[in-house]
Every structure is written in structure tokens, then in C-alpha cells.
Design a protein around this ligand. Structure first.
Ligand SMILES: Cc1cc2nc3c(=O)[nH]c(=O)nc-3n(C[C@H](O)[C@H](O)[C@H](O)COP(=O)(O)OP(=O)(O)OC[C@H]3O[C@@H](n4cnc5c(N)ncnc54)[C@H](O)[C@@H]3O)c2cc1C
Length: 556
């Protein structure tokens, strides 16, 4: 059949996050002419808003940092965390091809470089193959001036670092600024960086911004094209093969040919309330996601039309979240490592090890959401000593909560647990007993109920000067409480793919010419989250894998 194409490329990549850029850079470097289409007017997706952590076991950056990792250890760890929820072939491909992707980016681009994040533990370091020192890497600081005018088109993250440029590996140290010398030294280093940028006019970035900026800088060095404000709408097919797409550009429908294939990297469906209600556990709200806008799962229904199989549609990358007075979500990570802090359900009881990895915290909120003790909306409580010592909710140690936060009831404040209980509507005797019991655990350094502080992961954000870095008695007021909802940093269900990132059909065959990576595909991490960076790692790896597959096809 003759098609009237408006444009023609070897490869079309849908979405400009970490997966999309990794795919397009690989395609170009391997000789394919590529186009990225991006629905939003900014490139970068959730990847640009992220912490920029990349978790790829046994990769060369870890080796160079002296980490004792191996293929066998990595496989043991994926088996002991992801288990059989995902095929062995995908787990093996992740370990082997992840390393290949990192080497490829380092060897073929001047910008996509990585550094180790020492000490950022695997999320389950005690499981077989787990590493307490961690396997996370991140991009070094990047001067955004190198992007020139193109910077205007980039999504810039709103992580609450108040203009300070902080590497991931520095954050847990500076969090202890009032407690340790290393905390103070790190704060000075970050301050010097700020002064240097002011003196030189540098525009430093770190975390997800540095990742996307580096990927875009590398992409600009290729001949690859990026069309913003261009949304994928549908496929153009011939038999079982995808040969192009229908897109909407500036309000106009166009058809673009993909000679070898289409790589979907369009993120999940966290921004569609309709899809959330259809697929995710209840309660669920679009306002609770920290992901980038435009993640509306546009590829799902049209892919079902091609016979694609979906998986993990009921799962999110869970993130316990506080909704700020202006409605923006704030994702609690380090705040849950603070020792004089607890989280309680609607009957005033602790229900979880507060310091567990965020996805597990959210799973527990849903699992324990019983009518008699609701936990899907819970409370995080700290006392004044915590406020004096640690960074909490973006505020520095000793910095009081903003008056308007107290006035509008966003932060509840009381001098005793019983008074606080009244304000948040939980039984006063229960909350008082809960805090007294917690205080006894803190004195002994052992959380007999939930084992907080047992895992190296818990301790990463804790206070290393304490007997148990995650436990400190909350025996003096005032006490403060903030409401927590089961938020997310994206969804993890989507098109089932194989070890080559090919989209698999219900009958086990695959759709020719169609590939998917990142949050629009069903995660190769199954129902878990093995380590910091376990969403971006696979997104980049399988973007690379798909483009490499297509480059090999093109040679035949
Ligand atoms: C605050 C925060 C911190 C995080 N920290 C980390 C971390 O440190 N490490 C980690 O691994 N993960 C982290 N995450 C999660 C991570 O950001 C995402 O899981 C990951 O970036 C997803 O990458 P992706 O390539 O699938 O898609 P994205 O980066 O989300 O990109 C998808 C792109 O596709 C575009 N798109 C959508 N629909 C269409 C369409 N129809 N046509 C064209 N384009 C379309 C979107 O606009 C978007 O730009 C974090 C997330 C948040 C919010």
C-alpha cells in the first residue's frame, strides 16, 4: 500500500526523557537517521525532574570506584528482589546490556559521563547479592551554558535545593550539617560552588537536570532531530509491522515513516485520572504524582489495538507524598530517615518502618488501609529537636516552619502528643502510648516493632552519631504533624517487552518494528524497586538495546 508520508526517518523515538535520548543517541551513533517527537513544549520528561540516580549493577563506573560487584552477584540480587515476576532473559539482558550502554555512552559521547554515589545502599542490601555501599551512579555537575539557547526548551526541575547545586552523594552528608564534621565540610563545599558560579557566571546543574542536559548535549552533537509540541497519536501499520506513526504537530495531523522501527519512550499514565482509576489501587489521585505533566498513557489503547500485552498496570513507583499548600506534591525521602520522627495511621499507631524504601512505604499504606485503622492517609510527626537538628520538608536545621503553613493548618503544632492527637483527629491515648513506646525503643536503640535502622538503606539518611542512626526519643515538644498521601514518581505498568525491548503480543509473538522502554513499558523491576536509579537505569538501557537492535537489522 502507498502511504503519503509527511516525513521519513529510519527510527522514530516517542518521548524525550532518559530512555528517548539514550535510544536516539545510540541510533544516530550507529548510523540511523532518527527523530524524537515530544508532546510537551519542553524536553526532559520526569527524567529531568528526577534525582538523576542510575542503578545498573556491575557497571564499569562501579568497578573503577573499587566496588566488589560481579555478574553473579548482580543476578543473585535481581533474583532475590525482582524474582520470577519478570523473565530471566530480561534480568540477564539488564545486567549485561546495562554495562554495554554505559560503556557506549562514555566511549561515544563527550558529555554523558557518570560518577559513583558511594554509600547509597541498594534498597534491600541484606538480600542475596545486595550491596550496602550501593550500586547507584549519577552524572557529574554540568554547566548548562553549554546548551546555549537550547536550554530554553528544557524542563528544569523544581527539586527544593534552593539554588544550591548538590550532587546526590552529597545530600545525606549535608543533611547532618549540625551533627558531623563531614556535614559541615560538605556544606562549605556546596557554598564554595555557589560562590564560584556567581563569580564565573556558570550555570551549574546536578541530579536529573544534569542527566538530561548531558544527554541533550550529546544528542545535539549528532544529526538527530527533536520536534517539541508533537504528540504521538497512532500507528501506521502494514500487516504485523509498524511502519510509521500518526502525530499531531501544531494542531495538524501528520504521518511520519519509520523505516526500521518506532521506539516508545513516552512515560507512564500517572497524569490521567481516568487511567489511574481504571488500573491503580484506590484511593488514587492525579494530584499525588510528582511526575512530569503529559504522562497520560497515550500509547496504551492504540497498542492494545495491535494486540500488545500489558503488565504491571496496577503498580506505581510509590512515593509517600505531602501535598504542599499550593497543591504541589513533595516526595518524602530523606525526611523519613530522621531519627526523631514517626508515621502513624488514623488510629494513632505506627504501621511501618518509616525509613523503608519509598515504594515499599506506599505499598504498606495500601496494604494496611483497613476501615478500623486507615493508613492510606497517614501522618508524619517530628518534634522540635528534629527541627533544630535536621533538614526537614526543605527547611534547614533551626529554620522554623513558615508561619503561613501553621496558620493554614498545613502543619499542625501542639505541645503534647495528646494535644496533637486532637488536632489531627486520632485517639489521644493511642498517640501518647505510641510515642512512649517509640521512646523506649530509641533509648535501647532497637525498634522492636518495625526494625527501623536494621538495614543499611535505613541508615543512609540517618544520624551516624547515634546508637541507632534512625531512632531518637521524641520526649520534648512542640510536636508537628503533616498529612501524607500514597503518591508516586510515575507508573510502572505498560507494554510487555522482551529482552530486545520488542513489544510482545498476547499470544507471545512480538509486533515487528515496535519497541518500548521506560515507564510506558512494564518495568523489568517487576513489583519491586531494587536500588536508587532502578527506573532510569532500565529506561536508558532498553532504549540503547532497541536502537542497537534496529541498527543491526538495518545492516542485514
Ligand atoms: C522527584 C523525582 C525524583 C526521581 N528520582 C529518580 C532517580 O533518582 N532515579 C530513578 O531511576 N528514577 C527517579 N525518578 C523516576 C524517573 O524520573 C522516571 O521513572 C523516569 O525518568 C522515566 O523515564 P522515561 O524515559 O520512561 O520517561 P520520561 O522521562 O517521563 O519522559 C517521557 C516523555 O514522553 C513524553 N510523552 C508522553 N506522551 C507522549 C506522546 N503521546 N507523544 C510524544 N511524547 C510524549 C512526555 O512529555 C515526556 O517528556 C524520579 C521521579 C521524580 C518525579
Amino acid at each position: 500500500m502507498d502511504h503519503k508520508w509527511d516525513a521519513s526517518y529510519d527510527v522514530i523515538v516517542v518521548g524525550s526523557g532518559s530512555g528517548g535520548f539514550a535510544a536516539a543517541i545510540t541510533a544516530e551513533k550507529k548510523g540511523l537517521k532518527s527523530l524524537i517527537i515530544e508532546k510537551s513544549s519542553k524536553y526532559g520528561g520526569s527524567s529531568a525532574l528526577s534525582g538523576g540516580g542510575v542503578w545498573i549493577p556491575n557497571n564499569p563506573v562501579l568497578k573503577e570506584a573499587g566496588l566488589d560487584d560481579s555478574y553473579e552477584k548482580s543476578k543473585d540480587y535481581l533474583d532475590s528482589t525482582v524474582g520470577n515476576r519478570v523473565s530471566d532473559a530480561r534480568k540477564v539482558a539488564y545486567i549485561k546490556r546495562g554495562t554495554e550502554m554505559i560503556n557506549f555512552m562514555r566511549d561515544n559521547t563527550s558529555q554523558v559521563q557518570f560518577q559513583y554515589v558511594p554509600g547509597y545502599s541498594d534498597y534491600y542490601p541484606e538480600r542475596k547479592g545486595g550491596i550496602p555501599r550501593g550500586r547507584s551512579i549519577e552524572c557529574p555537575i554540568f554547566d548548562l551554558r553549554k546548551l546555549g539557547k537550547d536550554l530554553e526548551n528544557m524542563r528544569i526541575n523544581v527539586l527544593p535545593t534552593k539554588g544550591l547545586v548538590i550532587n546526590s552523594y552529597e545530600f545525606h552528608k549535608v543533611n547532618m550539617i549540625t551533627r558531623t564534621w563531614i556535614g559541615k565540610r560538605t556544606a562549605v563545599k556546596i557554598g564554595m560552588r555557589l560562590i564560584k558560579s556567581r563569580l564565573t557566571g556558570a550555570n551549574y546543574s546536578s541530579l536529573g537536570v544534569a542527566l538530561i542536559a548531558r544527554l541533550r548535549a550529546a544528542h545535539l552533537e549528532t544529526n538527530g532531530e527533536l520536534w517539541l509540541s508533537t504528540a504521538f497519536v497512532d500507528y501506521v501499520t502494514e500487516g504485523n509491522r509498524v511502519i510509521g506513526i500518526v502525530a499531531e504537530k501544531n494542531g495538524k495531523r501528520i504521518q511520519i515513516e519509520a523505516k526500521y522501527g518506532v521506539i516508545l519512550a513516552s512515560g507512564g499514565f500517572s497524569c490521567s485520572q481516568e487511567m489511574r482509576e481504571k488500573y491503580l489501587p484506590s484511593p488514587t489521585k492525579v494530584e499525588w504524582t510528582s511526575s512530569a505533566p503529559d504522562q497520560t498513557g497515550d500509547i496504551i489503547d492504540v497498542s492494545l489495538g495491535l494486540g500488545a500485552k500489558l503488565d504491571l498496570m496496577d503498580r506505581v513507583w510509590g512515593a509517600p507524598t505531602v501535598i504542599m499548600p499550593d497543591g504541589t506534591p513533595y516526595f518524602l525521602v530523606a525526611d523519613r530517615g530522621i531519627p526523631n520522627m514517626i508515621c502513624i495511621n488514623q488510629v494513632g499507631e505506627r504501621f511501618v518502618n518509616e525509613a523503608v524504601p519509598y515504594h515499599q512505604f506506599v505499598d504498606t499504606m495500601y496494604a494496611k488501609d483497613k476501615p478500623e485503622a486507615r493508613s492510606s492517609t497517614c501522618w508524619i510527626i517530628v518534634n522540635e529537636v528534629a527541627k533544630q537538628r535536621y533538614i526537614f520538608m526543605t527547611l534547614f536545621p533551626k529554620q522554623p516552619f513558615h508561619q503561613k503553613w501553621l496558620e493554614c493548618g498545613f502543619v499542625k503544632k501542639a505541645h503534647t502528643p495528646a494535644e496533637l492527637a486532637k488536632q489531627i483527629g486520632v485517639p489521644a491515648d493511642k498517640l501518647t502510648a505510641t510515642i512512649e513506646r517509640f521512646n523506649r525503643f530509641a533509648e535501647n536503640g532497637v525498634d522492636e516493632d518495625f526494625h527501623r535502622g536494621d538495614s543499611a538503606y535505613d541508615r543512609y539518611y540517618g544520624d551516624p552519631t547515634l546508637k541507632n542512626p534512625n531512632l531518637l526519643a521524641m520526649d520534648v515538644g512542640p510536636y508537628y504533624a503533616l498529612q501524607v498521601v500514597p503518591g508516586d514518581i510515575g507508573t510502572k505498568g505498560g507494554l510487555l517487552t522482551d529482552e530486545y525491548a520488542r513489544v510482545v503480543k498476547e499470544d507471545g509473538s512480538y509486533i515487528e518494528g515496535l519497541f518500548a522502554t521506560g515507564n510506558c513499558s512494564s518495568s523489568m523491576m517487576g513489583e519491586t524497586y531494587p536500588g536508587p536509579g532502578a527506573t532510569i537505569g532500565p529506561s536508558m538501557t532498553f532504549g540503547y538495546v532497541a536502537a542497537t537492535y534496529l541498527a543491526e537489522q538495518a545492516k542485514k
